[in-house]
Design a protein around this ligand. Structure first.
Ligand code: NAD
Length: 477
């Protein structure tokens, strides 16, 4: 049984209730986590506050940095173990689970190095004044994390918050807690003081809601769905608690006729099948210039039908979805596509070894998806790619921007002028030209335009979001 981690100790929830841990590859329960509530959140916030006031806020930036670096090194020694935990908990193929663990190593390395390079400014003001700014930590940060990339999102959210001088109360998704509970133990082993990283598991409407309401929490870093992000922002606004929202997307991959198609095809496919399409920045719409629409769809169709889906441990192209309700959600989208007579170009294959009770979905390529259909507007969060054609640059921009979201965009063209024009005109927090995601780079600020959220995490930029600015003006007398 897995326990909460509060003040460097493994503890049961106050109520003693638990939730099952299910392996998405076979649908079977194999462990339990604590089903915590407001009492457990309160205990974690008290531990965090004590740590902040008595230890963490007194460390120098360099000392904090060294601790983060030490955690990075310790995680590096445990990559295989963490990847195995994540593989079973989340149904991730081995390559993906390892990539996530390695990204966590890199986040703590990056933020460890950033701690003592982050500072305020002096401002040339009037004669007789000395004016400067301090970047001050908020204090206790709540990190509310989804199930799709627990380690990566912990790395960027908790890594950034700690580097900026805060302590953390973390709520992982009820569907993906195990790797983070282990990381918190590793942090204690390398010398993190009790209360710096606390993990409280349970449901969002119980633990997450209690965190959003808790007056001892000074800042909320939320990554998850637009629906829950809206609720949290509303709740937190009642006590004027600042919130960073990293929400969903319906990101376009835009392919012009002059693109290097051989380079584009594997990238376009990976952008939608990575993590079984359960990626906020998934390239879930492919916009193709009309001159190459048919030949490119044909090639994409062949590649889609070669994709293989199976148990995470088989390390195929695609693993299972996280849970039965997610599988049902994808099925609902696909049956809506049928009702609307949206043509299917191709589907991958679920291998025979995949247990009946696992949550599998074959990757699916659809074409001629109308721009106002929910398949072109809403996050499926599964391996479903919607293709549509465009006439010219203006039309491509119009389609790209025609959703409520604005997280990421990919543009494929050899024309340098068009690369810059598209990067300027597409409304999203990141634009990639002739690639998609740039390998994930922890250094690259990330976040949404429009309903994809506000605030930025990753990179140095995150440190601004995890601090508040104080201006000090001293008059010489
Ligand atoms: P979710 O919104 O259902 O849950 C996210 C977290 O919020 C979980 O820990 C959940 O328990 C908690 N939660 C749920 N209800 C809550 C409430 N009322 N109060 C407080 N907390 C609550 O999202 P999910 O299904 O876990 O993850 C998928 C979503 O996350 C997708 O929309 C995806 O696009 C988004 N996401 C965004 C990013 C990004 O960086 N923009 C990254 C990953 C995932």
């Amino acid at each position: 049984m897995q326990l909460n981690y509060i003040a460097n100790a493994s503890v049961r929830s106050t109520s003693g209730r638990t939730l099952p841990v299910i392996d998405p590859s076979d649908g079977q329960t194999y462990d339990e986590i604590q089903r915590s509530d407001a009492h457990d959140v309160d205990a974690a916030v008290t531990a965090a506050r004590q740590c902040y006031e008595s230890v963490w806020s007194k460390l120098s930036a360099a000392e904090r940095g060294r601790l983060l670096m030490r955690l990075s090194a310790r995680i590096a020694e445990h990559v295989d173990e963490l990847a195995a935990i994540e593989q079973r908990d989340c149904g991730k193929p081995t390559k993906q689970a390892r990539a996530d663990a390695l990204a966590l190593v890199r986040y703590f390395e990056f933020y460890g190095g950033a701690c003592d390079k982050f500072h305020g400014e002096t401002i040339p003001y009037q004669e007789g004044y000395t004016v400067f700014t301090w970047r001050e930590a908020y204090g206790v940060v709540a990190n509310i994390i989804p199930w799709n990339y627990p380690m990566q999102i912990f790395g960027r959210s908790v890594g950034g918050a700690l580097a900026a001088g805060n302590v953390c109360v973390v709520k992982p998704s009820e569907d993906a807690c195990l790797s983070l509970l282990r990381v918190a133990q590793l942090a204690a082993e390398v010398g993190f003081p009790a209360g710096a990283i606390n993990i409280v598991t349970g449901y969002g409407h119980e633990v997450g809601d209690a965190m959003a309401r808790h007056t001892g929490i000074d800042h909320i870093s939320f990554t998850g769905s637009p629906r829950v992000g809206t609720i949290i922002q509303q709740v937190a606004s009642e006590r004027h608690c600042p919130v960073t929202l990293e929400l969903g997307g319906k990101s376009p991959q835009i392919i012009f006729a002059d693109a290097d198609l051989d380079a584009a095809i594997p990238v376009v496919i990976n952008a939608i099948v990575q993590n079984a399409g359960q990626t906020c920045s998934a390239g879930s719409r492919v916009l193709i210039h009309q001159a190459i629409y048919e030949p490119l769809l044909e090639k994409l169709g062949v590649a889609f039908s070669n994709l293989r889906v199976g148990p995470a441990a088989m390390d195929l192209d695609v693993g299972p979805l996280i849970r039965a309700t997610q599988q049902q959600r994808v099925w609902d989208f696909l049956s809506d596509a049928q009702v609307a007579s949206i043509p299917m170009v191709a589907q991958g294959r679920i291998v025979d070894e995949a247990p009946e009770a696992g949550f599998y979905q074959a990757p699916t390529l659809l074409r001629d998806v109308p721009v106002d259909h929910r398949l072109a507007q809403e996050e499926v969060f599964g391996p479903v790619l919607s293709a549509m054609s465009f006439r010219d640059e203006d039309h491509a921009v119009e389609l790209a921007n025609a959703t409520q979201f604005g997280l990421v965009a990919g543009v494929w063209t050899r024309d340098g002028g068009r690369q810059l024009r598209m990067a300027r005109r597409v409304k999203s927090g990141q634009v990639f030209v002739n690639n998609y995601g740039a390998g994930g780079g922890v250094e690259l600020p990330f976040g949404g335009y429009k309903a994809s959220g506000h605030g930025r995490e990753k990179g140095f930029e995150a440190l601004y979001g995890f601090t508040q600015l104080k201006t000090v003006a001293i008059r010489q007398i």
